[in-house]
Structures are given as C-alpha cells and as structure tokens.
Write a protein that binds this ligand. Sequence first.
Ligand code: PDD
Length: 281
Amino acid sequence: MVPEANAKISVLDRGFLYGDGVYEAVRVYEGKIFRVEQHWKRLDHSLKGIGLRIPWSHQDLTRACVATLKANRLKEAMIRVTISRGAGELGYDPGTCRHPTFTVIALPIRTDLQERWRQGVKVSIVKIRRNSTRSLSPAIKHTNALNGILAKIESLKVRAFEGVFLNLDGYVAEGTISNIFIVKNGTVKTPALDCGILDGVTRHAVLEVARGSGRKILETYLKIQDVLKADEIFLTSTTMEVMPVVKVDRTVIGGGRPGPVTRSLHIAFRSLLFKELKLHG
Ligand code: PDD
C-alpha cells in the first residue's frame, strides 16, 4: 500500500505502452461493494478476451479493494482495479511478460450526482463509431480506451455530459462509460448485447428491477430516430446509477425534465442495492 505520489510502474509496462490491460470499476456503499462477484466474473471474461492469466483469486481482489478502502478511510467510494500484462521487452509479443501489474485505486464519489439526477443531463450522438465486435470487442473492459476518449472529446465540444456511440451498422450502441435505455409508450428498451456493448452490471440490475415491476422490456436494435423520439432516456453505470437524459444534441426529451419511469427505476434500483447490501441509509 503506497500513497499515490509514491506509486511506480515500469516505463516498459504494457498497460502504459499499449493499453494492454483490463479493468473494473466497482461502487462501494457504506463500505460494501455492489455485486462484487458480477464484476469479477466480467473481469475474468475480459482477461480471457485478451489472453491474460493472473495469479489472484476473486477473494484476493476483494481483499485488496477492502484494504485500499480502509487505507483511504472511505465508506462511499469508487474503486478502480486495473490489471495490465506487465513489463516485458518492447514489441507486441507478450511472451516476455512474466508478471501482470495489479493496481487498486479508491476514490470518493463525485459530488455533482444529486443535482444531475434531479435535472437530467445532455448527451451527444458522436460521429466516431463504437469498435466492431470483430476488432476489439466492447464486451471486453480493456484499458485501450482511445475509442471512448475520442468520443468524449467530441461530446465535450458540444458541452454534453456523455457521448453516445452508434455501432458500424448505424444502430445505437452505448455511452463512452455507460449503457443507454429509452422509454417509449411505457416500454423500456435498450440495445441488445450483440449491438457491441459492455454488459453493464448496472444495466443488468436495472433490467432485473424493470422486469420485477412488470414492465415491458425489449433488448433490441435502436436507431437514432428511436432515441430522438423517446418519451424518456436514461444512462446506467456503476458511478451514475440511473442518470436521466433530457437532451440529445439539440433535441429536448420529455419536456426537458427527468421522466417518471426513469425515476421509478432509479428508486427500485436503489432499494435493490440497499436490500442486497443490507444498508441502513
Ligand atoms: N464504465 N459501457 C461502457 C463502455 C463502460 O465503460 C461502462 C462502465 C458501462 C456501464 O457498466 P457498469 O454498469 O458495469 O458500470 C457501459 C465504468 C463506470 C468506468 O469506466 O469507470
């Protein structure tokens, strides 16, 4: 355990040189990690996707997270677990990497969430497309983030909170760090996994609570027009939970106010996590 200023990684680390690594971002509520096992399962999937084996068990990963939380005296936090292929000789051949690099960072939660949940945010549909599932699959949570960073830069130019990707076929895929949902005539719709998206832990939980409340749900193919004509739109992610969207580029959604279905799904998501983690609030 070292203070950030003393943390060192080799200049030959392939995470630094090539973005050759994977990561998870988990959310901690009252000192407990939400759906930790789902995050480690997705990490396993990502590791398999880049052909990297690690010597740490799920328990080791959780222990490292808890220790980092304690060292930072945090109870409400976001933890980022990053694993790179480690240091080796220059060049793409991973054969000379002996030890993966494993880092854990615990950070406080961003302070603007309450206000954004209340007011809703603007998103922008970016020109750059999501990587194809046949090149670098978006289902792998890897540290090779330029696709998302270029989209983020584009969306910041129009002062959007999040950029939304289309896939190469022109269907809506996901945000740069979030999944997207729309509500139309009471039905909750979200891009299917084969649109080339990350299988979000929050997406999963929201689909669960939506199903539980008897709503009609479709994991489907959405076009730009479906998004622009939606009654409600929201994003999901570990840090954002359920984030209402009230504007898509120049189009105002739902009169510019967060919608009732979005709100009720956020409330249901919160009660699910309070129940699962046995929180006191
Ligand atoms: N981002 N899609 C992408 C591309 C993401 O990077 C993320 C998560 C999600 C939502 O997944 P989840 O609900 O499991 O957080 C979807 C995390 C928060 C990040 O990059 O920090």
